[in-house]
Design a protein around this ligand. Structure first.
Ligand SMILES: [Zn+2]
Length: 249
């Protein structure tokens, strides 16, 4: 029986939930918006799936965000950030979606430029901005240029401060993305179980030599009780919640 399960998992027909270890038929999992039907664990979503689950039918028009020459040849494959004009249950907005599966959703010069362009576009078109974050932080391979993107995006947010902005933190959002523009939104939402923070727990434990961080450290529920988040929203309610919020802007 174990061998049958292994084969079914390998060819993608069945999926094991990493939280409760239940084996789920993949099609059923997809119908449930990639939320475990047994324990409510939220699987990570790619950018394409996130857009499909969030926007109305034909409700997303991707903007050409001018990729660099280095990136343009790979543009047709996957990009760590997609953005465009969107409608969510009829409510218009500018939507940005990060994809953790592409280079850890890391923010380098290119991604920051796209974020800035989307902020300016929202400002120009007088639409609110909805940002789905999923990132390991700034792109360390770009060294100081990576770090500078925190300042650039914060500056862009400050200069477009009249644009209503909603951030949805998804698992995981860490490092320089948490510590810059994403936390400057007017409304901060998160999916259940998302890990949101700056440095990871192991780095903190090692640095301060204190190995007793609480088990829910950097979990969305703890951040909500600490007042960092406004609300934790189940993936099934996300479209309703966003369209409800957007109608006020
Ligand atoms: Zn589960």
């Amino acid at each position: 029986m174990t061998e049958v399960l292994d084969v079914a998992k390998k060819d993608g027909r069945w999926t094991e939930c990493p939280a409760c270890k239940e084996i789920i038929i993949t099609k059923r999992l997809e119908e449930n918006l990639l939320v475990c039907p047994h324990c409510d664990f939220h699987f990570r979503l790619g950018g394409k799936d996130r857009i499909a689950l969030t926007c109305d039918d034909k409700g997303f028009v991707e903007l050409d965000l001018a990729p660099s020459a280095a990136e343009s040849h790979a543009k047709t494959l996957e990009t760590p950030l997609r953005g465009g004009m969107a409608t969510i249950k009829g409510q218009a907005c500018v939507l940005a979606v990060m994809d953790f599966s592409v280079k850890g959703g890391s923010m380098g010069v290119d991604m920051a430029q796209k974020i800035i362009t989307l902020m300016q576009h929202a400002h120009k078109t007088a639409r609110p901005l909805v940002m789905f974050c999923a990132s390991g932080g700034v792109r360390v391979q770009e060294g100081i240029w990576g770090l500078l993107q925190m300042i650039r995006t914060v500056h862009a947010r400050n200069t477009t401060a009249n644009v209503p902005m909603v951030t949805v933190f998804t698992d995981p959002t860490l490092g320089g993305v948490t510590a810059s523009f994403s936390a400057l939104a007017d409304i901060l939402l998160a999916e259940p179980g998302s890990r949101i923070g700056f440095a990871g727990p192991r780095v903190i434990e090692y640095t301060i030599n204190y190995p007793l961080l609480p088990p829910d450290f950097q979990d969305a529920s703890r951040l909500l009780s600490n007042g960092f988040l406004d609300r934790i929203v189940h993936r099934h309610q996300l479209r309703d919640t966003l369209s409800y919020l957007l109608q006020w802007f």
